[in-house]
Design a protein around this ligand. Structure first.
Ligand code: PMP
Length: 384
C-alpha cells in the first residue's frame, strides 16, 4: 500500500480538473496577460481576475485588485515583513512561527527591527489571558502582530478573531500566515480584523506548487515598498514601479499555468465546501488517533481535541529515534515528514527539540483504509 500522509507539506493528489486546467492553459491558451492585445490574452486575463475573486470569496475580502500573486507564502511573507517594517519598529509573533516568518525577521533584526514572541503552553495553545499576555509585550513602537493560523508542526489553531480584535484596539497591523488552513478552516479577513493574509496555492487550496500570494488592505499596500521591481505590462512609460494594484507587487510574468490550476481548484472547493473538507480530514485523522490513544512510548504533540487542531498529528516516540520511525514507515509505503518542520521554536514549545517529531497529515483524498493501515504499522513498530 502507498499512503501519502504529508498533506501539510503539499497536497496530493489534486482534483482532476486542476490537471485539466493546467493542460488547457498549455494547449489552448499559452500566452501572457497584460502583454498581448489578442483574444487568448483576454481569456487568460479573465481567468486571473476570477481567481482573485474566488480568493476574495474564500477569505472574506472584497478587493480583487488587492489580491497579489507570488511564488508562495514564503515570498508573500518576505514582501509583507520587509516591505512594511522599518529600523526601530517592534513586532510580536507567536512562538509557533515557521521559518518563512522567522528567517526574514532575522534579516530585519540586523537592520534594527526587534520582536517578541507571544508565549504558548506545552500543547501549543496561547495563554488563557491572551490580551493580558499581549499587553505585557506591547511597546510604543510595536507595529504588527504576525501569527500562523495553525501550527504546521502540531496543528493547533490560533484564535484569529480574538487576536484581530486586540490588534484593532491597539492600532497594530495583523498579518496572518494561512499556509496550513487556507481551503480547510473558515477565514474571514473583515470579521477577524486581518490586514494581510498570506496563502499557499499548493496545500489545502489543492492547486499547483510554486504559486501563492497575499491579500492586503489598501492602507498597508500604500505603505509597502515592492521587494521586486520590473515589467508589469502596464504604465510602461514609467521607469519606476506603478502605484496601481495588483501591478505594484507583481513585476514579471505571472505563473499562469499555476493560476489556471488554482482557479479550477478554487472552483472545486466552492462546490465541495470547506466545511465538508474539514469534516472529512478530521474524521480521517480521528480514525488514526483513536487507534493510537493510550499506546505506550508514543506522545501526540499539541491538543488532542479535533476542534482545536487541523488534521495534523505530530508524534514523538520517546526512547526511539524518530528518524528511524519515519524510515520504517516509508518502508511500509507510508510517506510522512520527520524532523523540525522548519519551525524549531514550535518544537521547543512542544518539548520535541532537538529530536523533532514524525508528522502525519491527512487530506481530502486519503481514505479510512489508509488510516487503519497506518495505525497497524505504528502499533507493530511500537510492539517490535
Ligand atoms: N508557513 C507555514 C506555516 C507553512 O507550513 C509553510 C509550508 N511548509 C510555509 C509558511 C511556506 O510555504 P511555501 O513553501 O508555500 O512558501
Amino acid at each position: 500500500m502507498r499512503v501519502y500522509l504529508d498533506q501539510a507539506a503539499t497536497s496530493w493528489p489534486k482534483p482532476p480538473e486542476v490537471l485539466q486546467a493546467v493542460e488547457r492553459f498549455f494547449t489552448q491558451v499559452g500566452c501572457n496577460v497584460n502583454r498581448g492585445g489578442y483574444a487568448a490574452a483576454y481569456t487568460a486575463a479573465e481567468v486571473v481576475l476570477e481567481t482573485r475573486e474566488r480568493l476574495c470569496r474564500l477569505f472574506g475580502f472584497d478587493k480583487p485588485a488587492q489580491v497579489i500573486f507570488t511564488a508562495g507564502v514564503t515570498a508573500s511573507l518576505n514582501q509583507l515583513l520587509k516591505g512594511l517594517l522599518r529600523p526601530g519598529d517592534h513586532l510580536l509573533v507567536s512562538a509557533l512561527e515557521h521559518n518563512a516568518v522567522m528567517r526574514p525577521l532575522a534579516q530585519l533584526v540586523e537592520q534594527g527591527v526587534s520582536f517578541d514572541r507571544l508565549p504558548a503552553g506545552p500543547d501549543g495553545r496561547l495563554p488563557e489571558d491572551l490580551e493580558g499576555a499581549l499587553e505585557l509585550l506591547l511597546r510604543p513602537n510595536t507595529r504588527m502582530l504576525v501569527v500562523t493560523h495553525a501550527s504546521n508542526v502540531c496543528g493547533v489553531l490560533l484564535p484569529l478573531a480574538r487576536l484581530g480584535a486586540f490588534c484593532r484596539a491597539h492600532g497594530l497591523w495583523f498579518v496572518v500566515d494561512a499556509a496550513q488552513t487556507g481551503g480547510v478552516e473558515s477565514i474571514h479577513m473583515g470579521a477577524m480584523g486581518i490586514d494581510a493574509l498570506a496563502f499557499a496555492g499548493h496545500k489545502g487550496l489543492l492547486g499547483p506548487q510554486g504559486l501563492g500570494g497575499f491579500l492586503v488592505r489598501r492602507e498597508l499596500a500604500e505603505r509597502m515598498e515592492p521587494l521586486v521591481a520590473g515589467g508589469t505590462g502596464s504604465f510602461s512609460h514609467l521607469e519606476r514601479m506603478p502605484n496601481q494594484l495588483p501591478d505594484r507587487f507583481e513585476a514579471g510574468t505571472l505563473n499562469l499555468p499555476g493560476i489556471f490550476g488554482l482557479h479550477a481548484a478554487l472552483g472545486w472547493l466552492e462546490r465541495t465546501g470547506i466545511d465538508a473538507v474539514r469534516q472529512r480530514e478530521q474524521q480521517l485523522l480521528e480514525r488514526l488517533l483513536s487507534q493510537l490513544d493510550g499506546l505506550p512510548d508514543l506522545r501526540l504533540l499539541g491538543p488532542r481535541d479535533p476542534a482545536q487542531r487541523t488534521a495534523v498529528a505530530a508524534l514523538d516516540f520517546p526512547g526511539r529515534d524518530n528518524g528511524e520511525v519515519a524510515f520504517q514507515l516509508d518502508q511500509a509505503g507510508i510517506m510522512v515528514r520527520c524532523g523540525l518542520h522548519c519551525a524549531p521554536n514550535a518544537h521547543r514549545v512542544l518539548g520535541s527539540y532537538p529530536q523533532g517529531a514524525v508528522r502525519l497529515s491527512a487530506g481530502w483524498y486519503n481514505t479510512p483504509q489508509e488510516m487503519d493501515y497506518t495505525a497497524q504499522v505504528i502499533k507493530r513498530l511500537i510492539a517490535g
